[in-house]
Design a protein around this ligand. Sequence first.
Ligand SMILES: [Ca+2]
Ligand SMILES: [Ca+2]
Ligand SMILES: [Ca+2]
Ligand SMILES: [Ca+2]
Length: 420
Amino acid sequence: MRKAVLIGIGLALSALVVWRIGGVPVWLASYRSLLGTSPVSVLHVPVSEQGPEFQQTLPFHEGPFDVMAEDMDGDGRLDLGLVQHAENYFQVYFQKSPRRFVPGLQNKIGGYHPGDLLRLRPDAPYFLLNGEGEGKIFLLEAKNDRLEALGVIPERAPRHAVTFHWPDWGTSIAVSPFHPGYFVLFKHVDPLHPQGIERVPVTLDVQQPSLRATERLTAADIDGDGIEEILFATVNTNEVGVLRYPGKDKPPLPGGLAHFENGGYPSHVAIADLNDDGAVDLVVPDITSPFHVHMLMNDGKGNFSETTPLAFPTTEGIRRFAAARDKDGVNYLFGGGYGALALYRVPPGWSGQGEVPMRQIALADSAGVLDILLADIDGDGWLDGVVGRGAEGDKGVWIVYGPLWEHFGELNNENFVIRR
Ligand SMILES: [Ca+2]
Ligand SMILES: [Ca+2]
Ligand SMILES: [Ca+2]
Ligand SMILES: [Ca+2]
């Protein structure tokens, strides 16, 4: 009976709702899942009729707080996991064939105000969902088209998370809460043996009170010793900090990597080998004025010096940056803020000096960007950009397929604007 009602609602909605994909209206039709478990909706995407066909909007109610690209159903194609923080659910859009997505069910496992969703291990279908409002970290297993809870770690207001690896720590996660002054490490995170998980809090020396001290965390080996470090930016002290592996049975103590005199409250760190010398360099965007994108060059031993920062085309704020090396061997930086998306092409062998060309796309309103990522979504080898938009309404996710530099050029030529 309940299923019949849901299907009825889905059919009714499909008759009423039109989404625009690539500038062309697209009807949403409903049908029963081939797996026979639930009513789901299918997007009929007339790729050949779109202009330009290399970009796409996925309907998602308001902006996703977190966007994850992983193969959730094991068919070899990346799917998109989208977290709806305000409406208390997450939803996976399954990529059934290149660029064709089928939305799964809205999953409410994460409870009130879910946070980051991420994969725990590459070799097993285990995932993590922060339940910020519930005070719980959910350990999940993907089974076909759904995620089921295996266990729960209690933790106050967990918001963002990243996996990392230290000697003798097994699979570990670093979690930043919606509270200032600390983050938390969990070692031996095995969803099948949650009783063996150990909690290690890390206190930050925060000088000024602020709602948040650190937001997203990043794991990368900055000194080339094969052991990852945990990197973070502190919004209230304009610093980049690091947490190194402390050695066996010693407490980890955070340290500083960089300080910005005229910093605009950096909130996260993206990594890229900007000068192609084999050592990880750092890209740290300000979220407020002066809207600098700080470029920190690594001396190969994990010591950083700042070179000329990049400008970002906003007067309101930067939200998210991602960096990755593309099929052509070139590093690209992809940033989103209020009013604009920007793609930077780092010249091969860039020394830290000299121009970094940028192409931008305007956002028609100031709703901004909540999350952004670079990944080869459709499997053609070229990086694609995924943007979790902050807009209200039904246009939550914008995807632009590669080659991005050429396609951003084409969008510029057409004066393309992302509209609400
Ligand atoms: Ca898949
Ligand atoms: Ca290291
Ligand atoms: Ca480098
Ligand atoms: Ca691609």
